[in-house]
Design a binder for this molecule. Structure first.
Ligand code: AGP
Length: 627
């Protein structure tokens, strides 16, 4: 979704903004622009397409000044075009905006009736007009913004620049994320810390309906009614280096190769010798965000046990890849913790008026922690009295801050729009969660716990082995170009892995691919099978194996092209498949983490072979902060 960067200080704002926007490219966008106050005037330049197009337009201009805002736009109201790109200006007021103003029709009519000249089709420009009107009355930017807020409905964040008051930026958040970066004699505001890591590691996260006034040496926080708020800053230890490609052709490839390390980082702090300790969850700890780093882990584990003992069922809610991870978790939790699990797509859950019985734990999974539907779902779950637990990658994100309990993927920044390392880190932490929950519910024998922990510890090196077979996956990907369609299938935990494999192929290579439970094949998809259909079978040696082999035979009888992924040197699979890809032998809970890696790599290679934009596939956004 849209990316915002604002800066005031001694550096050249153009450089800070362009570098920040570059770091936000992963969010997805179709146009970009920036505005800087220079010699008392607002210099505003916008361009359609990639940041390179904006860069080409501005590189021969002279840029001075000490305050500016920039934006990458992902179109909602109005087609992608230069005219609709941000920033938008109305008299001396210029702004950038992320989100949606729902009552924009009504505002537009009101403004047109008053003779306003509206230059774009966006809802954003209207807000600039409203602020300009109020500014003319009160001559104070913060008060003008405050007076406009009650006139707007929707979920949106804005950053505002004023020609007549060139030493301040005013920002407001209600929905899409905004974070303030603190510097010495300079301050920043952006949609994501990744835009600012190069300049500072000191941040203040805005909550919904908060206004911030930034000056070069001062940052003040207010409620939307202008009441001052005190908030401590947070120090982050993500280095700028983590957000670079480090020699890989694409962020996605780098992220795929980081997985042995990120999977280890996800689980290691919860493994104590050969057992699991589900600690650092901070259930119902009011001071969790201040004390997170210094938490007494043993005490926290006691607290987690006490809280989870009372839980009788689990709902898991998420979108996209995170939803598929939730589907895998259903198998883990039902088998290991013997607890009923329901799994839901957030956009369905939030509008369905779901019944949440007493003693339900509602767990959300979200890499970004900002997905609008998942955020609304966790809010609804809380309203309905559920205990909530967030599993996310971005600490202090909106979902993280709302939840009663907190688990982290610890995967580091994920820049590639298609999720890879966050998915496997999620599956790894869900292993730990299921084992911890199983212990609490006394449904997990000690011996089984020890074996599964040993298997988790061995996982990173097995992942290294999978990655070392990349040339086979690359060769397999080459053969896929000419098929008319793809069916990914599996049973048990391999079913959501098949869905994730199909999603990766759709997102990256723009092929029609479907993920199916192999047992469902006879109920419809079998009609699709002929020699132009490629079937990717996820077939580890687990207790579904024989059934999956029967499905492969059925595909073979109809001339489908079979690529199967199996455990080790599986002669049976080799015999019946056109291509066989061996995966190191592991147990049923870590298999999904190993088996998804070749599917990520095949989609990656196919996409780069076809010359597509791997890191920013068309129409996609990294964090979907609007519905
Ligand atoms: C993953 O490759 C996708 N880009 C997408 O499905 C993503 O998983 C989904 O939008 C959910 O995002 P979240 O985990 O940040 O909530």
């Amino acid at each position: 979704m849209c990316g915002i960067v604002g800066y005031l200080g001694p550096l050249n704002p153009k450089d800070v903004i362009m570098q920040g926007l570059k770091k936000l490219e992963y969010r997805g966008y179709d146009s970009a622009g920036l505005a800087i106050i220079q010699d008392g005037h607002t210099k505003l330049i916008r361009a359609m397409g990639k940041l390179q197009a904006l860069d080409d337009k501005i590189k021969n201009e002279s840029w001075t000044g000490h305050i500016g805002i920039g934006h990458t736009r992902w179109a909602t109201h109005g087609v992608p075009s230069e005219r609709n790109a941000h920033p938008h200006k109305a008299r001396g007021i210029t702004l950038v905006h992320n989100g949606i103003i729902e009552n924009y029709h009504e505002i537009k009519e009101r403004l047109l009736a008053k003779g306003a000249h509206i230059a774009s089709d966006t809802d954003s420009e209207l807000v600039a007009h409203l602020i300009a009107e109020e500014y003319e009355k009160v001559k104070d930017l913060k008060s003008a913004v405050e007076r406009v807020l009650p006139q707007l409905t929707g979920a949106f964040s804005i950053v505002v620049l004023c020609e007549q008051s060139p030493n301040e930026l005013i920002a407001f958040k209600d929905g899409p994320p905004l974070v303030v970066g603190l510097g010495k004699g300079e301050n920043f505001v952006a949609s994501d810390v990744q835009a600012l890591i190069k300049y500072t590691n000191e941040f203040i996260y805005l909550n919904d309906r908060e206004i911030v006034k930034l000056e070069p040496s001062k940052v003040q926080l207010f409620s939307s009614h202008g009441v001052a708020i005190e908030r401590k800053s947070v120090t982050l230890n993500w280095s700028a280096e983590l957000t670079e490609k480090q020699g890989f052709a694409h962020f996605m490839l780098k992220e795929i190769h980081e997985q042995p390390r990120t999977v280890a980082a996800a689980v290691n702090s919860h493994l104590v010798e050969n057992s699991v300790r589900l600690d650092r969850v901070g259930f119902n700890d009011q001071n969790y965000f201040e004390n997170r780093e210094t938490l007494d882990v043993e005490k926290d584990w006691q607290n987690t046990q006490k809280v989870l003992q009372g839980v009788e069922r689990v709902f898991i809610i998420a979108c996209g890849t995170s939803f598929y991870a939730g589907n895998v978790a259903k198998y883990f939790l039902e088998k290991i913790a013997k607890i009923p699990v329901e799994i839901d797509i957030a956009s369905e859950f939030r509008y369905r008026d779901p019944v949440i019985p007493k003693n339900t734990l509602v767990m959300t999974i979200s890499q970004s922690g900002e997905t609008a539907d998942t955020l609304a779902a966790i809010r609804l779950a809380k309203e309905k009295g559920a205990l909530t637990l967030s599993l996310c990658n971005v600490k202090n994100s909106s979902i993280d801050r709302i939840a009663d309990g907190h688990l982290y993927m610890n995967a580091g920044p994920e820049i590639g729009v298609a999720s890879t390392k966050a998915f496997t880190a999620t599956l790894a932490i869900l292993n730990v969660f299921a084992l911890g929950f199983g212990k609490i519910r006394k449904s997990l024998p000690v011996k089984e716990e020890q074996e599964l922990v040993a298997s988790l510890r061995a996982l990173p090196s097995k992942m290294e082995v999978v990655l070392s077979y990349d040339k086979y996956f690359q060769a397999a990907a080459k053969t896929l170009k000419d098929f008319k369609g793809f069916l990914f299938m599996g049973r048990g935990t391999s079913y959501p892995i098949a869905m994730e494999g199909a999603l990766k192929l759709k997102e990256l290579a723009y092929f029609h691919a479907e993920g199916y439970a192999a047992g469902e094949m006879k109920h419809g998809p079998i009609a699709l099978i002929d020699e132009r259909m490629a079937i990717v079978m996820v077939a580890p040696r687990d207790h579904y194996f024989e059934k999956t082999v029967s499905n492969i035979e059925e595909v073979r009888a109809r001339g489908g092209y079979i690529i199967s992924l199996g455990s080790g040197d599986d002669q049976a699979l080799k015999r019946i498949s056109k291509q066989y890809l061996p995966i190191p032998v592991s147990d049923w809970m870590t298999n999904p983490i190993l088996f998804v890696v070749p599917l990520q790599l095949m989609a990656y290679h196919l996409s780069s072979e076809l010359g597509y934009d791997v890191d920013q596939p068309r129409n996609l956004a990294k964090s979907v902060t609007v519905e």
